[in-house]
Design a protein around this ligand. Structure first.
Ligand code: UD1
Ligand code: CA
Length: 468
């Protein structure tokens, strides 16, 4: 593909209108359908991504139900210069949704590509082909259709004797004969803007649902003798809408299987049980990683080579180096783990936990917003929050950084080659110098000088130690 914007191949500018104002009754949800997630992203974001890759002049999203939430879901991914919003206050059908955008297009003479916010798998390449045919045919409207084994629920495309477009009938308005038609409207169309808005004025809500159907527009244009084209696409899955949670789960499964297949074939990742592995489409997993069942790798996580992730662990928006071993049932969120570290079982790393090379975090250890130096070990039952820990230090079982005084969080700094005895309470803010030792059960309330042994409650200096 050329670097040129796609609109350059059109005589007129290209605008895109995404319909996303409906609730989506069949989802049986309090949440707008387009906010339901597929592959960790709201449906609407998938559609906007495909739209944005066509480099149109403007993308308008028609919002209504939970408008603020839909808007912020889109804006968190796209700048508001790239995507604009139109409000459809009450949802009276797809035709009404497009009419809501009329003012936004006032006076514009453009080609408008209309997409549905609930058709998340559509590829930019397919949309390009639709636009291309629309241009070549010099049509006023071109719709994307597909043949389905089971067309139930979709608008059927009725052709005349010569095979040309005649009309679209919705499932609820179709006769028994029309319901036999397998070619359906995918809800994806190109229109010439002025023809579109002129015809919309003539759409009446006389149908089973009492709605203004956008699907009446092609019929009106056809009756006027305008050129209305059909672009029949071969991949039904790609252009199917999500209407129910069952369909959403099918799509999720499809996406997931595709991602895992790609990781196995292209990246050389081993999955012990591919059907029980969950990897985000945006994650990167390096060569010779071994992923055990029920592992979730979410968001933009990056795993280096040769990592092994055991059963039941969740890694979210985190970065792992090479040969990192994550034992069973760990939760690792927004964190970074360098080469040759080991984590778990049952460890929790969050809010920028950072482990340097060869560090070990063992069972029932929580690490929050802390840095653990090279070769340092914290093996059992420990909380490390707002801590900075040096190299080759050992943190004994049951250690707690008491970082919160009820009002504020305070830092703990521990040096290199320190031995923190089991059950030490480090009452922050506090520093423990290089080579220091705390005896088991110490409650450390004051800074510990380097190479010093402290013990007791509160901990007192017992003796100076030899420097290492
Ligand atoms: C629509 C088409 C149908 C087609 C199907 C393909 C119409 C009348 N029917 O039916 O021919 O086969 O899509 O998926 O167009 N929306 C609004 N405002 C509204 C109503 C809907 O913004 O007032 C949005 C929805 O949020 C959704 C999209 O338009 O993203 C499609 O609406 P939906 O109700 O799902 O239409 P279908 O019944 O699936
Ligand atoms: Ca739909």
């Amino acid at each position: 593909m050329s670097e040129q914007p796609d609109s350059a191949r059109l005589e007129k500018p290209l605008d895109i209108l995404v319909l996303a104002a409906g609730l989506g009754t069949r989802m049986k949800s309090r949440q707008a359908k387009v906010l339901h997630q597929l592959g960790g992203r709201p449906l609407i974001v998938h559609v906007c991504r495909a739209a944005a890759s066509l480099k149109p002049r403007t993308i308008y999203v028609v919002i209504g139900y939970q408008a603020d939430e839909v808007r912020s879901a889109v804006e968190s991914e796209f700048g508001n210069a790239q995507v604009k919003f139109v409000n459809q206050l009450e949802q009276h059908g797809t035709g009404d949704a497009v009419t809501a955008a009329k003012d936004a297009f006032a006076g514009a003479d453009s080609t408008i590509l209309i997409l549905s916010g609930d058709v998340p798998m559509v590829r930019a390449e397919t949309l390009r082909k639709l636009i291309q045919q629309h241009v070549v045919d010099n049509a006023r409207c071109t719709m994307l259709t597909v043949r389905l084994e089971n067309p139930t629920g979709y608008g059927r495309v009725v052709r005349d004797d010569t095979g040309r477009f005649s009309k679209i009938v919705e499932q609820k308005d179709a006769t028994e004969d029309e319901r036999q038609i397998r070619e359906v409207n995918a809800g994806i169309y190109c229109f010439e803007s002025q023809k579109l808005f002129a015809a919309l004025e003539r759409v009446k809500p006389v149908n089973q649902q009492g709605e203004y159907y956008l699907t009446d527009v092609p019929r009106i244009l056809r009756k006027e003798g305008q050129e209305v084209g059909i672009y029949q696409h071969h991949d039904a899955r790609e252009v199917s809408g999500v209407n129910t949670r069952a369909e959403l789960a099918e799509f999720e499964n499809l996406l997931r299987r595709g991602t895992i297949r790609r990781l196995m074939l292209d990246e050389g990742v081993t999955f012990i049980d591919p059907s029980h592995s969950y990897i985000s489409t945006e994650a990167q997993v390096g060569r010779d990683c071994v992923i055990h069942p029920d592992v979730h790798i979410e968001g933009k996580s990056i795993l280096g080579e040769g990592c092994e992730i055991h059963q039941g662990s969740r890694i979210s928006d985190s970065r792992l180096g090479n040969r990192v071993l994550v034992k069973d049932h760990c939760v690792i969120i927004d964190s970074e783990i360098a080469d040759d570290c080991a984590v778990g079982p049952f460890a929790h790393l969050r809010m920028n936990a950072h482990m340097e090379e060869r560090a070990v975090v063992g069972n029932f250890v929580e690490v929050k917003k802390s840095r653990i130096g090279r070769g340092t070990k914290s093996m059992h039952l420990t909380y490390l929050g707002d801590a900075t820990i040096g190299e080759d230090t050992n943190i004994g079982a049951g250690t707690v950084t008491c970082n919160y005084d009820g009002k504020q969080k305070h830092p703990t700094v521990i040096g290199d080659n320190v031995r923190i005895g089991s059950d030490t309470m480090l009452v922050a803010p506090v520093r423990v110098g290089d080579g220091a030792v705390t005896a088991a059960g110490s409650v450390v309330t004051e800074d510990v000088p380097p190479n010093t042994l402290v013990a007791g409650v509160p901990a007192k200096i017992k003796k100076k130690l030899n420097e290492k």
